[in-house]
Design a binder for this molecule. Structure first.
Ligand code: AMP
Ligand code: MN
Ligand code: MN
Length: 342
């Protein structure tokens, strides 16, 4: 079928109908996404909040970690109940998990979600999917979860308000790196076009999302970039967030978004990494690649996952230990690819 000018694959229409079947009027719905929500997680849940609220459901957003300030402009008054997320999940008739299919990245909410009777999921990750069973609209080939929420609304012929369209545009914009990454498909550009036709103003969104940085974000970036190491002959580069740097600059994890693009932007680099100590003692590694380097595969070996060209993992150990392990796996992997090409 085709609505809003974009054809929807039949399996997505069927999946959208299965998800909608558990979303009857009057139901209490908790919407959630992965820890350290990004523009796609927040944009997808805000858009769905509008779609459901307009149809008489009682929807709330209940995330495992606070929504970054950068995306607060999307939030309708009273929609965000993340500060009491576990209770919201426990009191909901239906939980909709967006932009993640695994319990492991739902932080403290994993327990409550495991016990929920109906857990629907809309997501675009390559994943085993450890959520409790329930209706799924999952398509790893989608550029963003927001693309799938657009398909959900289109398949059901639920109109998108300008606020919902704006939230979906933010999801697509941020997950495609502002229409630069490999997931920038002809289809997602058509979806973005349809969203602009709903009244989205791309310039004002650009300004809010990318050109309203607190000073600390830029100062943090200079410190992180100082740590750059490049192994030119291997095509490998990495940066490390110095201990306490976030605190010193009044920054959050969201302020690190995009920094790993700098090591990736160096000529000849095919694999870029960012290392960061987490508050829970683990070390978070962000993996980014170019060309035939598959970082989802590499991250998976360390208990993480993601997409071919953007993936992540959180590992036990000190930064030095984790760097030792991950860098030697990365070198070996790059060498094996070079060998395969000869
Ligand atoms: P990030 O490096 O945090 O920007 O994450 C890049 C991509 O990797 C995200 O879109 C996620 O799909 C995935 N990802 C990040 N961290 C993890 C993790 N700990 N486990 C599984 N996937 C992850
Ligand atoms: Mn995400
Ligand atoms: Mn996403």
């Amino acid at each position: 079928m085709t609505t809003n000018g974009v054809p929807i694959p039949p399996e997505r229409v069927r999946a959208a109908e299965a998800v909608a079947a558990v979303l009857g009027p009057g139901r209490r719905v908790a919407l959630t996404t992965h820890v350290n929500a990004d523009g796609d997680g927040v944009g997808s849940e805000v858009a769905l909040w509008h779609l459901l609220t307009e149809r008489g459901l009682r929807a709330t957003i209940a995330n495992p970690t606070p929504i970054p300030e950068r995306f607060h402009f999307l939030l309708p008054d009273g929609a965000d109940h993340s500060a009491r997320a576990s209770r919201e999940i426990e009191g909901a008739d239906v939980v909709v998990v967006l932009d993640i299919s695994d319990l492991s990245r739902l932080g403290d909410l994993a327990r409550a979600i495991r016990q929920s009777h109906t857990v629907a999921c809309i997501d675009h990750h390559v994943s085993g999917g450890s959520l409790p069973s329930g209706p799924r609209l999952v398509a790893p080939e989608a550029a963003a979860t927001a693309e799938l929420v657009f398909d959900f609304a289109s398949a059901l012929e639920w109109p998108l308000s300008p606020e919902a369209a704006r939230a979906l545009y933010v999801g697509i914009l941020t997950d495609t790196g502002a229409f630069r990454f490999a997931n920038t498909s002809p289809r997602v550009l058509r979806v973005a076009g349809a969203l602009l036709e709903c009244g989205v103003d791309p310039e004002s969104i650009y300004e809010t999302v990318y050109a309203s940085a607190p000073e600390g974000r830029v100062r943090l970036m200079t410190e992180v970039l100082e740590t750059l190491v490049v192994e030119r002959e291997r095509g490998l580069a990495w940066v490390t967030v110095p201990p306490d740097a976030l605190q010193r600059h009044g920054a959050t994890a969201d302020d690190l978004d995009g920094i790993v693009e700098y090591p990736r932007s160096i000529a000849g680099v095919r694999l870029a990494l960012l290392f960061r100590q987490l508050a829970n003692g683990k070390v978070k590694v962000s993996f980014r690649s170019l060309g035939d380097v598959d970082v989802a595969d590499l991250a998976y070996r360390f208990g993480g996952g993601g997409h071919r060209k953007a993936a992540g993992a959180s590992l036990e150990g000190s930064i030095a230990d984790v760097q030792g392990k991950v860098l030697s796996a990365a070198r070996e992997y790059l060498a094996s690819l070079a060998g395969a090409r000869c």
